[in-house]
Design a protein around this ligand. Sequence first.
Ligand SMILES: *Cc1c(COP(=O)(O)O)cnc(C)c1O
Length: 357
Amino acid sequence: MTKRPEPRQDLALLASYHSPQVDVEVRLSTNEAPQGPPVEFMTALAEAVAALPLHRYPDRSAEKLRNALAQRYGRKMDEVFVANGSNEVLQSLLLTYGGPGRSLALFEPTYGMHAQIARTTGTTVLARPRQDDFSLAPHTVAEVVEAEQPDVVFLCSPNNPTGTQDPPGLVEDTLAQVQSYGGLLLVDEAYGQFADQSAVSLIGESRSLVVSRTFSKTWALAGVRLGYLLGPAWCVSELEKASLPYHLGALTQAAGLLALDYQEEMDARVDFLRSERQRVFSVLKTLPVTVWPSDTNFILFRPEEKEGRVVWQKLLDRSILIRDFSAEPGLAGCLRVTMGTSQENNQFLAALEEVLS
Ligand SMILES: *Cc1c(COP(=O)(O)O)cnc(C)c1O
């Protein structure tokens, strides 16, 4: 008789994170960039890859990439941690500062992977709600930090999937609080390049603050899997201890390093996506939906007269995939659309109008 091994009980309870990957004409579901990276980048990458000594392990400390990132933000290399997507950054952070017997405070609805990564690392999740309009009330943060002294606090600004930035001053106030008992504050800025405020300038050796960012959204490199964290050197060196040796491949390092040479193109794309966001937002305002303002490359909305799930399905029937949050706690009926090319956005708007009428 054979007996199949049981996975960890706490993992078995988790529904795995999934955004359906189906074949559609218009894919506006995972906040990716609508266009591939610049052609010149792809050519330069092919050349760089051809010259890579792939029989050797990559640079274990990814020095060139970290130096280039450090320069971009006016920081030093030892204040930069790099990993396979910012999800791996967050995992390394919770392996290091979370774990069994430790806790993470977060504010829902927010990025679902935050709680998921916490649970896979055995970290207790202290979830607190945002306001009805999805803004984050400073007293909500202050209360959980004071009452529970969480080891780690995650803010997400601009927040996914709701789209808005946290109120000014929240990072400073929360930081003062967590530092009083030895906690750590992370600000997830996956959409930082779309926003007009950032916590990066607050980083310093005497501050328990780290900021995570990614190449997946703005840099049009979701397929590469590259994310990074900016923070005090003492924290970065602890994160490195929790990482597997050579965790960031030579191909990933090369792609990230090259991408940084295309800042102007990337900025132009961000500008374009912001203007599309304004345009799509104005049209949504004229339809029977509630729509929330956004500082990102996506918009959250809720059909008022029809069920969210039904609208989502009818869009999918028209080969348009957006993200369905309608059954998620705190997001009843809500859908999220990522900004695509002008044509894709027009297709989405036309189909939505038809579905809602
Ligand atoms: C997309 C996203 C990430 C993770 O992206 P990676 O592809 O793993 O870099 C992290 N945080 C938020 C809020 C996101 O939306």
